[in-house]
Design a binder for this molecule. Structure first.
Ligand code: PEP
Length: 233
């Protein structure tokens, strides 16, 4: 099965310059790395420009959030079709930072997940526990589960949180088993302080198929190494 690395650039005003360096760096490493797909998720205002830059590198583009609404009076929101028009193939949903800072609820994540599937975007839904996944999947047909990427992302493990540490591999394995029992055909990722150094341990015995990466995705060299560790090169 193909592995996946999702780069979440968060609110990084340097995304444009970064795209140029990163695209080249990852591309060089991917030359001798197989079976790993790298998705770049810049902030909304940079999607078009980063997408143009990445076109030549073959790296798919993703967004960090979207509206569950297709159009209308939703000031400040971005519709699924708008992301598609910009060349996005993926969208991160229910990120713990949005849940915490913007009051994103399980109900909202569920609406967005269903809207993403309807629009033909690949949803990368972040969950911290089984209840969040069950609520996110409410009303979603089981036949669609195979299109969904589920990132087990405990908020306390996100590197920018004070005192954050990656989850213990055993903990990740147990949680991914429990999540996998709910949606066996989904792809499972881990997110939270992942680096080139610790990536290997989470991939052992097919624990997860890849990662959602924040901080380390902003350092082209480090990120390229992480990608190499994730692939089968
Ligand atoms: C994230 O932002 O989704 C994340 C996992 O961040 P970090 O890799 O920095 O912990």
């Amino acid at each position: 099965m193909e592995r996946l690395v999702i780069a979440n650039w968060k609110m990084n005003p340097k995304s444009l310059n970064l795209a140029i360096v990163l695209a080249g760096s990852v591309k060089r490493h991917l030359r001798d790395t197989h079976g790993v797909r790298v998705v770049i998720c810049p902030p909304f205002p940079y999607l078009a420009a980063v997408g143009r830059q990445l076109k030549r590198s073959g790296l798919p583009l993703g967004a960090q959030d979207m509206s569950s609404e297709e159009e209308g009076a939703h000031t400040g929101q971005v519709a699924p079709a708008m992301l598609k028009a910009l060349g996005c193939a993926f969208v991160i949903l229910g990120h713990p930072e949005l849940r915490r800072e913007s009051g994103e609820t399980d109900f909202m994540v569920n609406g967005k997940l269903r809207a993403a599937l309807k629009a033909g975007l690949v949803p990368v839904v972040c969950v911290e526990n089984v209840a969040q996944l069950m609520k996110a999947l409410k009303g979603v047909s089981k036949s669609s589960y195979g299109k969904i990427k589920v990132a087990y992302e405990p908020s306390w493990a996100i590197s920018t949180r004070k005192g954050a540490k990656p989850a213990r591999p055993n903990e990740v394995r147990k949680m991914v088993q429990r999540l996998g029992a709910i949606a066996p055909s989904a792809t499972f990722l881990y997110g939270g302080s992942v680096s080139a150094k610790n990536a290997g341990v989470f991939l052992k015995k097919g624990m997860v198929q890849g990662f959602l990466v924040g901080q380390a995705s902003l350092k082209p060299r480090e990120f390229a190494h992480l990608v190499k560790k994730t692939g089968f090169g």
